[in-house]
Design a protein around this ligand. Structure first.
Ligand SMILES: Cc1ncc(C[n+]2csc(CCOP(=O)(O)OP(=O)(O)O)c2C)c(N)n1
Length: 199
């Protein structure tokens, strides 16, 4: 899936949402296509991907056909897209997938499987206790997992750095065996596509 294809998919979802065709919240990306495509160069079909409420790019890059992703979003399930047959799970609970991803990595390690786990989270999620514990446990137990922190600088409407009085976030610019970080500027609000839609 190319950058242009990701953007075209997202533009279509934005249009569908703004015209009232999706009767549930959507969370769009925009502006991170190069970085997320680069991360997916390492991710193979046997690997597991865990994401948040914003997971359509991950689904498409993991190989889920666009029409399946679109159908799920149209059915109002954008915030928790799960396609187990493609090994992709997501949860709309802040930090919710992190311990599940760690458990999947523990199972892979115990069974001696060749798969790896990739777990995406926003920069505010990365500041929570559960993220710090999940990353610490994974690192110390050398689990086959990699965490990706996606920094759009905000948590809903809150500036993450101001909230913590921390100009430099905990995983800012981290690039090691267990954690990657990237920053992007989105053109969208936290949820929706810029037009108020009454469900
Ligand atoms: C346990 C829990 N608390 C609060 C929320 C509401 N909520 C949804 S997304 C979000 C912001 C998270 O910010 P960040 O991790 O930076 O993600 P992003 O900006 O990429 O959406 C919040 C507070 C939630 N979904 N789950």
């Amino acid at each position: 899936m190319t950058k242009e294809e990701l953007i075209a998919f997202e533009d279509e979802i934005a249009t569908l949402f703004n015209s009232g065709k999706i009767r549930a919240p959507v969370h769009l990306y925009s502006g991170n296509e190069d970085q997320i495509i680069d991360i997916f160069r390492k991710i193979r079909s046997q690997d597991w991907v865990f994401s948040s409420w914003r997971s359509h790019y991950q689904c498409l890059l993991k190989g889920v056909p666009g029409n399946l992703v679109r159908d799920e979003i149209l059915a109002g399930r954008s915030i928790s897209l799960c396609f187990p047959e493609y090994r992709i799970y997501s949860s709309a609970i802040v930090g919710g997938v992190l311990p599940i991803a760690v458990g999947a990595a523990m199972a892979i390690q115990r069974n001696g499987e060749a798969a790896r786990v990739y777990c995406f989270m926003g920069e505010m999620t990365a500041e929570t206790g559960i993220a710090h514990e999940s990353i610490k446990y994974s690192r110390n137990h050398r689990l086959p997992i990699h965490f990706i922190v996606e920094d759009n600088e905000k948590s809903v409407c809150t500036d993450t750095r101001e909230a913590w009085r921390q100009p430099r976030l905990s995983f800012e610019d981290r690039e090691d065996e267990y954690v990657s970080y990237y920053r992007y500027q989105t053109k969208y609000p936290h949820a929706g596509a810029g037009v108020r839609v009454q469900f």
